[in-house]
Structures are given as C-alpha cells and as structure tokens.
Design a protein around this ligand. Structure first.
Ligand SMILES: Cc1cc2nc3c(=O)[nH]c(=O)nc-3n(C[C@H](O)[C@H](O)[C@H](O)COP(=O)(O)O)c2cc1C
Length: 383
C-alpha cells in the first residue's frame, strides 16, 4: 500500500513528508523533485513569499546511494523564512508578548478553523491551512513522477483560463491534441499556457485585478499519458479512479470544481455525440476515436490520456480587504486583514494538480502491479 503524510507550519522550521510503499530499487533524483518545487513557486501573479523561499528537499531516510530502500522515505523542505519567525512560531513558551491575529479574512480557513479548534489567535489556523503545505505534495508528487516514468507514464498541466480570459474553443482530448512542443511552450510561459497571445491577455487581466487590490481564479487542466488499461475499479465506490482523482484535486486549497474529460460539456450534448467509439487496431492495440470520457470508463483507465480540468477560486487575501469581523472584539469591521499574498495562483495550482495526479496514479499502479522491488513490479507490469 502506498501512503504519505505531511507535517509542518507555514513559518515553522520546515515541512516534513513521510512516504511509505514505494518499491525498493527505484532510482530517485533530488534535482527532479527540486525542479518541480521551483515550478510550483513560479507563474505570473505570485507574491513576495515566493521570492524568499527557494524550496529544495533533503532525504532524511529511505534512500541510499540514489535508490529507494523499500523503507519509509522522509523528505524535508526548510522554510527559509523561519529565521524571521523563530520567536513568533517558537515551540517553547516565550517571554515576549506576541500580538494575536484576530481579523478574519473571508474565504480563508480563519473563521472556521478558529471556531473549530477554539483558537483566539488566528495565526494558529493560518500556519497549517496555508497553501505552503502544497509544497509537501509537490515533493511527494516529484518522487511519484520518477516512479511512474519507469512505466512510461507522464503527467503535465497547463492553464486554460484566468477569470473570463481563456481558450474559446472546446479542446479535443486525444493524444494528437497535446503535441510534445505544446508542453515546451507551457513550461516557457509565465502563465503555463501554450498560447502566447492568451498568455499576454491573462497577464493583463491579473495586472488589472492587482491594480484594484483584487485577486483572480481560473481553470487548469492536468493530462496523464501512458497509463495502462485497468487502473482503478468499479467494484466499490471508493476504488473508482474518478473518485480518487476527485478527492485528490478537490484537496488542493482554493479548488472548487473538477471535470473529467468532457465534464459539464457532456451534459449539454446527447449520447451519440459524447460516447467514445472503441476500435481494435491490426497490431492488437485498442483505441477510441474521441476521448470525451477523459481516459476513464466505469472508474477504470481505458488507455486514453487521463484528462481532468480543475476550477480555482480567486484567492482570499485581497490587498483591498473585504469587510469582516474581529474575533477578539466581536465587532463588524470595514476591512479584514492583508498579509503578503499572491494575486493569482492558477499556474502554481496546476503544478500541485500534477503532483496529485502523480500520487493517485502511483497508488493505483502499485495496487494493480505491486511488488516489493522495482524488478518484481516491472515483471508484473510486463506480464
Ligand atoms: C499554490 C497556492 C498558493 C496560494 N497562495 C495563497 C495566498 O498567497 N493567499 C491566499 O489568500 N490564498 C492562497 N491560496 C489559497 C488558500 O490557501 C485557500 O483559498 C484557503 O486555504 C482556503 O481554502 P479553500 O479555498 O479550499 O476553502 C493559495 C492556494 C494555492 C493552491
């Protein structure tokens, strides 16, 4: 069984991840994980924190001489900002009077977290509800990316829209719609969007929001290539790959919607226009003429690219803050609080979405072809 846990506060000393269930003998490179962490930190619209943090992992256990041991893998990311927070975030009691955060930011976990856990200082909520935690998932996803690569599976993401600015045409989802050069263009774009003109328009839209102290959401798409037929199952509700991808994508802070394949588009067409016709090729392989199912039928991969589109709300911390409540006084206030913040995180959220896809596919692949070593797993996979 593959599983992982993450721990760490946003301004604590570090983020820590424990990963269990990867087979022994997998070659893992720190640089590949660090590259993914850098991709999460990028994208037009990020704020000041990303300039401070230069995320990189250390392996603390489970890897020796570049290969997994089959024992739990511990990864750590240091928070460079910790030096500025040592007193405020000290695990030990401190002499100094630390000012409590009490003004609630609408759309954040500030209100729900403070009421749920009985915190008088909202700092105790923010520190863990912060999306800094998603760096941990990207690190685990970077390990999974290397594992999946050994089985010919690759995962990409790109941005489809920001607020109302996006692709006008519905996109086909067959492999031909995603040429290799497209992903190169995505990686070169500050919006992680292959279309240069659209990239410019998205940037202009973010600047416009920034000028008025506002924020932007949007939609990203994650695509997985090379997944074999048969991952996931219809046999129980929670074994469907669609269920698991839904949970994984919806777990990303600020994500409010997800579609698989044609998604809501399929509800606006009739069956004869939606279902993907299956074909058997002369070489014995299977393929579909279209991919409206987004690579999943009956909760099981069907051999086509797995395509999910994910909706991200505008981020909650506004430079021009909304009215709210002060938790300490109980008074309604005209302006909630502003803390250094991003304006648009859709490109970065897409990188987190890639990580979650890598994690879900790793779990499903191990479930189907599992083995204690890579050699054993490769044998099962080939068979
Ligand atoms: C990569 C990433 C970066 C984010 N950065 C910020 C930020 O700088 N400021 C902010 O208010 N929200 C940010 N968010 C969103 C909040 O973390 C999120 O909206 C909040 O925790 C409430 O959770 P919910 O939107 O899922 O309800 C970010 C989300 C992601 C995925």
């Amino acid at each position: 069984m593959f599983r992982f846990l993450t721990a760490g506060e946003s301004h604590g000393p570090c983020l820590t991840m424990i990963v269990e269930g990867l087979p022994a003998g997998l070659t893992v490179e720190k640089d590949i994980i660090d590259a993914d962490l850098r991709r999460r930190q990028g994208g037009y619209g990020r704020g000041g924190r990303m300039k401070i943090e230069k995320d990189a992992i250390s392996f603390l256990s489970g890897v020796r001489h570049g290969k997994t041991l089959g024992s739990p893998i511990t990864l750590q990311i240091e928070n460079r900002d910790w030096v500025n927070w040592e007193e405020r975030m000290s695990a030990e009691p401190v002499e100094a009077e630390i000012e409590a955060v009490s003004r609630i930011r609408p759309g954040h976990a500030d209100f729900t977290g403070a009421i749920k856990y009985g915190h008088k200082d909202v700092r105790n909520v923010i520190e863990r509800s912060s999306s800094r935690e998603t760096a941990s998932r990207v690190a685990v996803g970077g390990l999974c990316r290397q594992f999946l690569g050994q089985f010919g599976i690759s995962v990409h993401s790109h941005v489809l829209s920001v607020v109302e600015v996006g692709y006008e045409e519905e996109r086909a989802m067959t492999p031909a719609a995603y040429p290799e050069e497209m992903w190169e263009a995505v990686e070169a774009s500050p919006m992680r969007c292959a279309d240069e003109a659209l990239t410019e328009k998205m940037i202009a839209r973010i600047l416009e929001a920034k000028r008025t102290g506002d924020t932007c959401g949007g939609v990203f798409e994650v695509v997985a290539f090379g997944a074999p037929i048969g991952l996931g199952s219809y046999s129980q509700w929670d074994r469907r790959l669609s269920t698991r991808l839904g949970m994984a994508m919806m777990s990303i802070p600020s994500v409010k919607a997800m579609e698989i394949g044609a998604g809501f588009g399929a509800t606006r067409a009739t069956g004869s226009h939606v279902h993907d016709v299956l074909r058997h090729a002369e070489d014995g392989s299977w393929f579909h003429l279209t991919n409206n199912a987004g690579g999943i039928e009956g909760g099981i991969t069907n051999g086509e690219p797995i395509v999910v589109r994910v909706g991200v709300k505008p981020i909650p911390t506004l430079a021009h803050p909304l009215p709210s409540v002060d938790l300490a006084s109980g008074e309604n206030i005209e302006q909630s609080r502003y803390e250094r913040s991003d304006v648009c995180v859709v490109p970065a959220a897409g990188v987190v979405g890639e990580a979650m896809m890598n994690i879900v596919l790793t779990e499903a692949l191990i479930e189907k072809f599992g083995g204690d070593s890579m050699e054993e797993m490769q044998k099962h996979f080939r068979a």
